[in-house]
Design a protein. Structure first.
Length: 346
């Protein structure tokens, strides 16, 4: 039986996001992939979202694009609406991409809840996940991001629409940083690698930490050796990542997954990533990039990264990180959840 699925999206950005919005981007890809498989999907997202699924909304726009919307108010309305309307649409299960708060509603409905944990913002949110462990089905986005106190049904890596990325077989000359501008993401480290290797660096992403940007990033931006191009949409993303020598991803935290890494690989662009969190799971050292421990090793990697086969990087990305693979993995989880429900076994 094909399940009827309600997908609860975040409302930080619309679905799909116009530029930044990694959780919303994953939701969009999964939703459209399920619809193409004939699944009856109700997408709970902002009213300006674009989807082939049934769109159900209370928030008129995304929180980050309309400062007049109070986050607490619209977050509560959005989550409550999803639970209230799910039964009306005959939803068999709700797939939550809204972090921990929807878990607290799960005991008020008989509809099973699948929750993809897109990383842990802090240890403080763990009590919610622990309270609903085994009552809610958890999916991790990498093995590295699993918490030992929780039970998981599966690890499902993010997938991307490979058609959005143009494969290149010739390496560019510049390095690129692609992501939010925050100390966790290692923007200053990317600048240092570019300086030591005498390469130009293109920085793309939203400014998530204004003070960090002003003190450690802005002084280096000269529109020549270091360029900041803002938050890039799909077309700009393809050009920036595809024309790079390598993506520099020297994170300073345990990376839950790192969507920009597979987007770079889809263009054939290798990744130089720090050995933190999921980076060694996503980047195959010496094959799709290099996994390094410090800036010195990253500098060495820049010197040899052009030797990697960009066509092979694209092919490997297609094998491991396609949207179709992600959709199939989630369908298996849905089927397992519904089968357990039918048998009365949890």
């Amino acid at each position: 039986m094909t399940p009827r699925v309600g997908i609860l999206a975040p409302i930080a950005w619309r679905v799909p996001p116009r530029h930044y919005g990694p959780w919303e981007r994953v939701v969009a890809l999964l939703t459209e992939g399920l619809v193409e498989r004939g699944v009856d999907v109700t997408l709970f997202a902002t009213a300006d979202s674009v989807t082939a699924a049934r769109l159900e909304s209370v928030a008129p726009r995304s929180l980050n694009e309309d400062p007049s919307l109070d986050p607490k108010v619209w977050e509560c309305l959005h989550i409550a609406n999803a639970y209230e309307r799910a039964a009306a649409f005959g939803v068999d299960l709700i797939h939550n991409h809204y972090d921990f708060l929807p878990l607290s509603y799960s005991g008020l409905t008989r509809i099973p809840l699948v929750t993809t944990i897109h990383g842990f913002s802090s240890e403080q949110i763990l009590p919610v996940y622990q309270r609903y462990d085994r009552k809610v089905t958890y999916v991790s986005i990498s093995d590295a991001d699993r918490h030992p106190s929780l039970t998981y049904a599966a690890t499902i890596y993010h997938g991307i629409d490979l058609g959005e990325f143009t494969p290149r077989t010739t390496a560019g000359e510049d390095l690129v940083f692609f992501g939010r501008i925050h100390p966790d993401k290692g923007v200053a480290e990317a600048i240092e690698v570019a300086r030591r290797t005498e390469r130009r660096l293109v920085i793309a992403g939203i400014i998530h930490d204004e003070e960090y940007f002003a003190r450690q990033i802005a002084p280096h931006i000269d529109d020549d050796r270091v360029r900041y191009v803002g938050s890039a949409g799909p077309q700009e993303r393809d050009e920036i990542l595809g024309n790079a020598l390598a993506l520099v991803h020297l994170v300073n935290f345990a990376e839950p997954f790192g969507l920009s890494m597979i987007e770079a690989m889809a263009c054939g662009t290798p990744v130089i990533g720090r050995r933190r969190g999921a980076v060694p799971e996503v980047v195959e050292d010496g094959r799709t990039g290099f996994v390094v421990d410090d800036i010195a090793a990253a500098v060495d990697a820049v010197g040899v990264v052009e030797r990697l086969d960009r066509a092979a990087i694209r092919a490997r990305c297609a094998e491991r990180f396609s949207r179709d693979r992600m959709v199939e993995d989630y369908l298996r989880v849905y089927e397992g959840v519904l089968a357990r429900g039918a048998s009365g076994v949890r």
